[in-house]
Design a protein around this ligand. Structure first.
Ligand code: M6R
Length: 353
């Protein structure tokens, strides 16, 4: 039930705070030790030589972020694959692969096809899903829940942040994050609420930047590039503004020729290592007439930026950076008088290949 909310999507955006708490309580005990992740899962991952994350759509995008945690904290090389591609063009696998399926529904046909093949080949697998007792959770060797509660809106929001949190917790459990992750996630939840409490500011950004626009771009580098593709999917999926999300450094290799007077370019700026470069790219599109909307973390902000994201550990910034994008997509769609929860041509769960 939507309760006081006009659309499920807005309710589900708000619920991300509570989901972060729920996951923390489920996967950490009072002493911040890991619980509810069976030792056999951790051992299976530790004894593998490469992780293959397989998913579709938003879940694939959550995998792009999770790759960083697995590689940085466990030292195990990690590949992220689109299930519909992997299913028919399986790449050359390592000696001891371990498969991680990410899915909100647990029923995505493309991902099920890959899991079928993986099981037939005898490789170990884990499904991280929101709907437990789904095909993907039942047929994998292991399963971990996202505990996000029912996600009704076609545009996935809370399942994305839940997937990133569970990936972080799992990587931390398998390896060495060097972080007090429970505490860091508590900070994330607090700052998520701060952003959500300011949701009206995204109404203004959506109207100012996207009204009457047919196309838009999201750019960023590193983890911000991973969030940019999810941000673009959110916006295009429900508002029908044709949006591309990509690594900012790729602009000069082609896309910059699309920039015209007033083309909206939304830049995500939360990664200090590449902030200077992204500033340069923002200046280049601005010089060609783009309407640049910079969403920067507090430590990297400059005057003229459209929105400041509170700072948390940089590796966890995707959990915050995606929220402005979700809200911008929501308000841009409202502004167009479209059905936020039920975009045309789309089903919540894609059960055909
Ligand atoms: O249920 P799944 O996570 O496996 O679904 C995968 C995609 O179909 C899904 O994320 C889709 O891209 C969403 N509509 C995006 O908002």
């Amino acid at each position: 039930d939507k309760g006081v909310y006009p659309y499920y999507m807005l309710k589900e955006i708000d619920e991300q705070v509570i989901v972060a708490h729920t996951l923390s309580q489920h996967y950490f005990d009072d002493e911040a030790n890991i619980q509810n992740i069976d030792a056999s899962i951790i051992e299976a991952i530790q004894s593998s030589d490469r992780l293959y994350i397989v998913a579709a759509g938003t879940s694939y995008h959550a995998g792009l972020v999770g790759k960083r945690y697995f590689e940085q904290w466990t030292g195990i090389p990690t590949e992220v694959h689109i299930s519909s591609e992997f299913a028919y063009d399986q790449p050359l696998l390592s000696q001891k692969p371990f498969f991680i399926f990410l899915s909100q529904s647990g029923e995505t046909a493309d991902s099920r096809e890959v899991l079928d093949n993986v099981v037939k080949q005898g490789y170990p697998s884990l499904t991280i899903a929101n709907v437990m007792n789904s095909t993907l959770t039942r047929e994998a060797d292991f399963a971990l829940p996202l505990l996000a509660g029912p996600e009704i809106a076609v545009a996935s929001t809370k399942a994305y942040t839940a997937q990133i949190i569970v990936e972080a917790i799992l990587a931390h459990a398998v390896g060495q994050s060097g972080l007090d992750l429970k505490n860091e996630l508590a900070k994330v939840a607090v700052e998520m609420q701060v952003i959500i409490d300011q949701k009206e500011s995204f109404k203004d950004i959506a109207e100012q930047a996207l009204q009457n626009r047919r196309s838009a771009f999201y750019i960023g580098r590193g983890l911000d590039a991973a969030v940019a593709v999810e941000a673009a999917l959110k916006l295009k999926e429900i508002s029908y503004v044709q949006t591309e999300g990509f690594a900012a450094g790729e602009l000069k290799h082609g896309t910059i020729s699309l920039i015209e007077e007033n083309t909206p370019v939304l830049a995500l700026l939360t990664q200090s290592k590449t902030a200077g470069l992204v500033r340069g790219e923002i200046a280049q599109v601005a010089a060609r007439g783009a309407n640049t909307i910079v969403i920067a973390s507090k430590s990297l902000v400059k005057t003229g930026d459209a929105y400041i994201i509170p700072d948390v550990n940089e590796l966890l910034m995707p959990l915050l950076a995606v929220i402005p994008a979700q809200l911008i997509a929501y308000y841009a769609t409202l502004d167009r008088h479209l059905d936020v929860d039920r975009p045309r041509n789309l089903a919540k769960s894609v059960t055909v290949q």
